[in-house]
Design a binder for this molecule. Structure first.
Ligand code: HEM
Length: 359
């Protein structure tokens, strides 16, 4: 067999990539619009990075799908490392909005009408990123837009790929299961726990103390937060109204929320560090996605004002709704509402510390 040496352009298949820019305005009969090349290249660069994000998410979800994850193995460290990579990519994608901003609204108008009814709205990979993180169709802003088969909607096979991806287990669900499996509150570790408050049969001794310390730390104006605490961590509805319950209900289960709060509180224990960094990375991914939505929205406002999008949505109005509603890990970010001062943290029993230490 011929021993062919590798060649840069062949390895990267540059003939395909560099021959995939065909501005519609350059076609015969149209007036060439200089900035359409930038518009195409920026979108293509985004799509390449979305591909890498999906590749990393696939790995992360694969690890969480294992029936048992050993906290001391490389698994969690690799998850953290790959989530950090996604963060770096999203930071880059945030910066790239600045490149599009070098195009003026008049430059864009030169070719805008040639794009109708296509739009970034139809980016399949962007939707797959959202879905594999955990965004469900029912939680999408203006979900009817997604189901249209008329102009600006998805092609049938793309729509199917998005709904298929939503039916697969998402990172949000996997993280929920992972947190639920944490064995911190098993009775064997808490026999020698020194409670500071009278026992409450309905609550684990740790949570009874924690609840009392949290309650005592609330100011008069914040006093009602204890009702939120009881619902979010113990599903105790108390006197909450239906609308308060709808607002408060986390995407994670009460036991997963307890484990996540516990990790946040005791993150200085070495064994919790990676778990804490993973939770923190998820919040950062949400923030960077929202940051991108915000930058894109501001750019769109400048570019098209109050006009409709080429994809036939209300434009800025739709994008603003998506920005507010499409957070995925907001319950983890919201845990800060329920923190107490470090110096008041209940002292953990020796048995549990032994379990939590590496040796
Ligand atoms: C001149 C530049 C741009 C304008 C005026 C613009 C405008 C819009 C508008 C109005 C929408 C709402 C859907 C519609 O009706 O079309 C939209 C959605 C979207 N655009 Fe852009 N866009 C621009 C550049 C980009 C770039 C460079 C990307 C990179 C991939 C992008 C990705 C998206 C995505 C992913 C959505 C869906 C957002 C969501 O549902 O949260 N756009 N865009």
């Amino acid at each position: 067999m011929e021993n062919r040496s590798m060649y840069y352009a062949d390895y990267l298949e540059l003939d395909k990539i560099l021959n995939a820019q065909h501005p519609a305005s350059f076609e015969t009969g149209n007036e060439p619009a200089h900035d359409e090349m930038l518009f195409i290249i920026v979108h293509q660069a985004y799509e390449l990075w979305f591909k890498q994000v999906l590749f990393e998410l696939d790995f992360v979800n694969g690890v969480f799908k294992k029936s048992k994850i050993d906290d001391n193995s490389e698994d969690l460290n690799l998850v953290r490392h790959r989530l950090d990579r996604i963060i770096k990519i999203l930071e880059l994608l945030n910066q790239q909005v600045g490149l599009i901003d070098t195009m003026t609204p008049l430059d864009f108008l030169e070719f805008r009408n040639l794009l109708i009814p296509s739009s970034g709205f139809q980016s399949l990979q962007f939707r797959l990123v959202e879905a594999s993180l955990g965004l469900q169709m029912d939680n999408r802003h203006n979900k009817d837009y997604y189901k249209r088969s008329n102009e600006g909607g998805f092609r049938e096979n793309d729509f199917k790929a998005i709904t298929d991806s939503e039916s697969k287990i998402s990172l949000l669900t996997l993280v929920n299961k992972w947190l639920q499996r944490m064995p911190f509150f098993e009775n064997e570790f808490w026999g020698k726990f020194h409670s500071q408050f009278p026992a409450n049969d309905a609550l684990h001794p740790f949570w009874n103390d924690y609840r009392n310390i949290y309650k005592d730390g609330l100011t008069e104006r914040e006093a009602s937060r204890i009702k939120d605490f009881d619902y979010v961590f113990f599903e105790n509805k108390g006197e909450l109204t239906d609308s308060e319950i709808t607002q408060l209900t986390p995407a994670l289960s009460a036991s997963a929320m307890r484990a996540a709060l516990f990790i946040m509180l005791y993150r200085d224990f070495p064994v919790f560090q990676t778990s804490y960094q993973i939770l923190d990375a998820l919040v950062e991914i949400d923030n960077l996605m929202a940051g991108w939505r915000h930058k894109h929205l501001a750019m769109v406002r400048r570019m098209i004002g109050m006009r409709m999008g080429t994809g036939n949505t209300t434009g800025g109005g739709y994008l603003e709704g998506a920005l507010t509603r499409h957070y995925i890990f907001k319950d983890i970010a919201g845990l800060s509402t329920f923190l107490i001062e470090r110096k008041k943290l209940p002292k953990l029993p020796v048995e549990l510390i032994k379990k939590l230490s590496y040796n």
